[in-house]
Ligand binder design. Structure first.
Ligand SMILES: [Cu+2]
Length: 516
């Protein structure tokens, strides 16, 4: 399996859709919508008056059965339901909600299983009813086929053995029909009929082989159709523009599905809709230097045209970088595009400043569980679990303290208390987290505020953009205790960059995690 650099390059070189499918197949297992290789959805928020945590584990195949784990905090809960609602059909087109069953031995724990029958952008609506009334939490989930499940080897061998048995049986019947079948009982089969038996059984075997061949061709075409439906992120490339002696990055979506605005399979329909600003930005671009990972940037490129985005690189040092671009479509469908870029040294006197006041460029290595900031404030990973296991709550709880030890108040950064970016050392896992989990805020808004009258592409996007401008105006300060609900998807060496705004500075604090 190629690493992401290879696949990223392969994706930029070939532009034709067919060729892409082949190139993408190697990377498919690793890549999925708004993250890379981290398919579970984690959500923390409220269903009306009830605080809830929801984890949606998709099977990676569609149709497929998803496991929904719900934790409701607080007393008086009587009934918890979960319902999958696809973006374009809305609640009217959704199946009835499933009642989640209490999980024995886990206080406030509920479990449900939901079928996702078609790929697309869904919300899982978790409804809680009880003594405090009722409420619904909308959890955006992009259900896309990510993998092909192979036949169990033992089942393959068993079916092959049964097939050979049937084939031999059928040929024997053909022969018997031309020999014993037309000979009176007790008589021996004449030599002429013996020969006819051989001819008929050869003819029958030929017929069966032709039928099997046809069946194989049919099955292959079914398989090809399925592979065509497998999710692959948009192809994209990152290039350096050094015109005027300044380093700016051009991020270009090279995918023909996007440039032609035409999707040929079911999930692509959700990805040709306009982009919507998440936290007020159309694109969140992360650059992480390969190898030591001591250089990191969180940029917000401006769109030059519908395919190209441009961002100033500030003082980002030289090196080979993994580039991850998070976008969300109007349908609530999120994507992470992957590319790579080699940066030269900053030009002396390079005046490129980051394009956006919310951009952050950071250089530095992790230094244990506590990071001291230049102004004396600290960020510490508190109650860090002794061992962190894959697929188990990672306990990402960070506390920002003022130099005097009191818990800090944080200004909103991009409308949130904090952001965290997680990457595994080989670049094959990447995800962007918030205290409300892995979900995108604007995806949640899109799924929650989509109306049947939103028939023209861009209508909902415009409304969401207006809303996002409104919501950025007034925001209270946040508490310096930051908790990110998440589980690392597989073992490995991870780095987590926690970002927040403290006073007038954007702070980036790196942490190292070994996941077993
Ligand atoms: Cu963020």
């Amino acid at each position: 399996m190629g690493n992401l650099d290879d696949s990223g390059q392969a994706l930029t070189i070939v532009n034709g859709r067919r060729a892409l499918v082949t190139a993408a197949l190697t990377a498919l297992v690793l890549t999925t919508s708004a993250h890379v290789g981290s398919p579970d959805t984690w959500f923390e928020g409220n269903a009306g008056p009830y605080p809830v945590r929801v984890v949606v584990r998709l099977p990676g195949v569609v149709p497929g059965l998803a496991q929904i784990d719900i934790t409701v905090t607080g007393p008086g809960v009587e009934r918890v339901t979960a319902q999958p609602v696809i973006f374009d059909a809305g609640k009217e087109g959704a199946p009835p909600p499933d009642v989640a069953k209490p999980v024995p031995g886990r206080a406030g724990g509920y479990h449900a299983q939901l079928w996702f029958m078609t790929p697309g952008s869904f919300s899982v609506n978790v409804a809680v009813a009880g003594s405090k009334g009722q409420g619904v939490a909308i959890v955006p989930v992009a259900a896309v086929p990510l993998r092909q499940i192979g036949l169990y080897p033992w089942l393959g061998r068993l079916l092959a053995a049964l097939g050979v048995f049937l084939f031999i049986g059928a040929v024997t019947i053909f022969r018997a029909a031309a020999t014993d079948g037309v000979t009176a009982p007790g008589e021996s089969v004449p030599a002429g009929r013996q020969r006819a038996g051989v001819v008929v059984s050869l003819f029958g075997a030929g017929l069966l082989i032709t039928a099997l061949w046809g069946g194989r061709a049919w099955w292959r075409s079914v398989e090809r159709n399925y592979q065509n439906e497998l999710y692959r992120p948009f192809a994209a490339k990152a290039t350096l523009d050094s015109a005027l002696g300044q380093r700016t990055l051009l991020f270009t979506i090279t995918d023909s599905v996007w440039s032609a605005r035409r999707g040929t399979n079911r999930w692509e329909r959700f990805s040709v809709s306009p982009l919507v600003p998440d936290h007020g930005k159309l694109m969140h671009l992360f650059l992480i230097r390969r190898g030591d990972r001591t250089a990191f940037a969180h940029l917000h490129p401006v769109s030059v045209d519908s395919l190209t985005f441009r961002a100033g690189l500030g003082g980002l040092p030289r090196g080979g970088y993994d580039v991850y671009a998070d976008v969300v479509h109007e349908t609530g469908f999120p994507q992470t595009m992957v590319a790579s870029i080699d940066l030269p040294d900053p030009v002396p006197g390079d005046s490129t400043r980051p394009t956006d006041p919310d951009d952050a460029v950071f250089e530095g290595a992790p230094s244990g569980d506590r990071v001291t900031l230049p102004d004396g404030a600290t960020v510490s990973w508190e109650q860090r679990p002794a061992t962190i296991l894959a697929d188990q709550d990672a306990g990402l709880v960070f506390v920002v303290r003022e130099p005097d030890g009191s818990v800090a108040r944080l200004e909103p950064y991009l409308g949130m208390a904090a952001h965290a970016v997680v990457q595994r050392s080989d670049g094959q896992v990447y995800v962007h987290l918030h205290p409300n989990g892995t979900i995108s805020m604007v995806a949640q808004e899109a799924l929650g505020s989509h109306r049947a009258t939103d028939t023209i592409p861009g209508m909902l996007a415009r409304r969401l953009a207006a809303d996002s401008g409104m919501s950025r105006m007034a925001h209270p300060a946040f508490d310096g205790r930051l908790s990110f609900p998440y589980a690392f998807p597989k073992p490995g060496d991870y780095r987590v960059w926690v970002q927040f705004r403290h006073g007038d500075r954007i702070v980036t604090a790196p942490f190292e995690v070994a996941v077993k």
